[in-house]
Design a protein around this ligand. Sequence first.
Ligand code: ADP
Length: 639
Amino acid sequence: MSIRWKVIIPYVLLTFVVAVIGLYVITHLVAVRQEERLRNQLLEAGRIFSTQFTLQERRQLQTARLIAYTVGVADALQAGDRASLEKLVRPQVATHKLKQVFLIDLQGQEQLHLFQKDKDTLELMGDMGMGKAQWLSSLLITNSELARRVLAINPQDNKYYLYSALTVMLNQNVVGVVVVGTPVDSLLQSLKMVSLADVVFYDTQGRVILSTLPPESEIEGTEANDYASLQSAFGLDQIALNEILQSPELVLGENVFIDGRGYSIARGVLQIGREPIGVFGVILPLDFVIAFAAESRNFYSWIFIFIVLGVFLVGYFVSHPMIVSLHKFLVASQVVAAGDLSHRTHIRTNDELGVLSQTFDEMLSSLQARTAELQKAHKILEQMDRTKATFIEVAAHELRTPLTLVKGYTQMLALKFKDEPETVALAQGILEGAERMQEIVSSMLDVSRIDSNILKIVPEEVNLGVVIGRAYKTFQDALKERNLTLTIQGVDGLPLIQADPDQLYKVFYHLLMNAIKYTPDGGRITIHGHLVEGEGGRGEVEIIVSDTGIGIEPEHHQLIFEKFYQTGEVYMHSSGKTKFKGGGPGLGLAIARGIIQAHAGHIWVESPGHDEARCPGSQFFVRLPLRAEFHERDTSSVP
Ligand code: ADP
């Protein structure tokens, strides 16, 4: 995963998670606060309602008192003077806009009954039998000023009224009762305006008797004042009723749902003086809580969306330049790795990345300069190497001709003086030296051709047994002279391979010569051949030349295949080419490796180390493919 995604994915996830949690917490808090507000509002409405109701009732009683104390009213009531009573009371009723007023004498007779039919008509009504009402009887038999209130149905209009009754006194004696009545529904409407909540009235049995919520009749067309549905929704059972009646505070009810609309209700005792006349409930719709919660959720959702977008944008603007710089850096390093040292990051920001990139660019500049220097030096060295190879080539050619002449003349000299043994021996010495020189010159030529990649390979079907046999024959005398045993195993059974027999002869010539040179007298040399499976399953022959000689240190195993590389002190070498530790120009293994590589084979050495006393021995491995592909080589300069 790229750094861009490693940064973006956790950042986006984290922002999202924080936003969702934040949104949840805030909307939850808002909802809780909203419910709390509703509860407080409900309790407040209940308190207002309760106070206002008491106030209204007190006002009503006050008016009743005004009537009772109006001069002449008590006398007229005692005298049963209905005309005077009407004359005295009517203006009071009109002034205070009273709905219904009774003046009842001690016998329970209604001496006056005024009823406001509509706004402007105050009618004198006949006896309605109010004086016979149970709740009034206690007032009629008392002998002091006493008041009573009650919620009762007015048969006049079949509505619930709040009645306040007060004894009318004359000379310390009760002469009758004044009763003032106000319809509860209009009272409720005005209380609704003040308390800003719908109201429901219960009688002392917990039945719904009135409500500012529309009665069922208005919903479904049933009979007027039928509160059946409100009763089933807001009705009270005995336990709930008792709880409310005993509680000095408002009691919060369960939320109620009617036709999908939610309502919250709080109930309290409707109490005047010490007597409970019923129970009231204040009702607030939950709509606005739900709507507010939804609204606030939407509102906060938008706020969070904007915040999240803001966080994303800030994150983008902060991380983008870094990611771009990193990307540039990556591209630059890839281009440089591919070999273009002239590329630069060109990131010049004022942070660690900028410093890193600048250092990288500076490193590249110095690397480019060094590489240019090295390339220049390499070219010079290549040129020098070519000059050296040409020199060796020319020198070897020039040396071969005089050497052939020396050899020819020496042989002629030996023939001419064949009867003089001393001269023949001298001629033989000159001949051996010339041959040795010829060999060295030939080796130098081989190395020069290998270096210049112009070694000529003439492939044919080769029997390795024959090639190795040829090499053995070359050193037969030397082996005998040095008392060395040579064993050749398995090479005759090997299949024919595609190779140049003369070049392979040189390989085994050098390997065998080295084995003889670096094995003390009386030692053993083994040449072992077998078939092996090489790279990619191709068939290969493996020839191992082992000796019981002085061995080679592991750190020299690679280096001895380089031309002119010799281990130990060169001047310690003896001069004979097959003598123990005999001298050599250090070209044998370089030639062997060049020839084997030209045949697409491998050559390597294994030896536990160098020890001239214990002679751990060495093993030279040669691997050659059965069928090698020989490429066309440039042989133009080969003589
Ligand atoms: P040289 O002309 O010195 O033999 P070579 O290239 O043939 O050059 O060998 C390089 C060096 O490898 C030798 O100088 C010798 O130290 C070491 N070497 C090669 N063959 C053997 C061997 N069979 N045992 C021990 N050392 C060897």
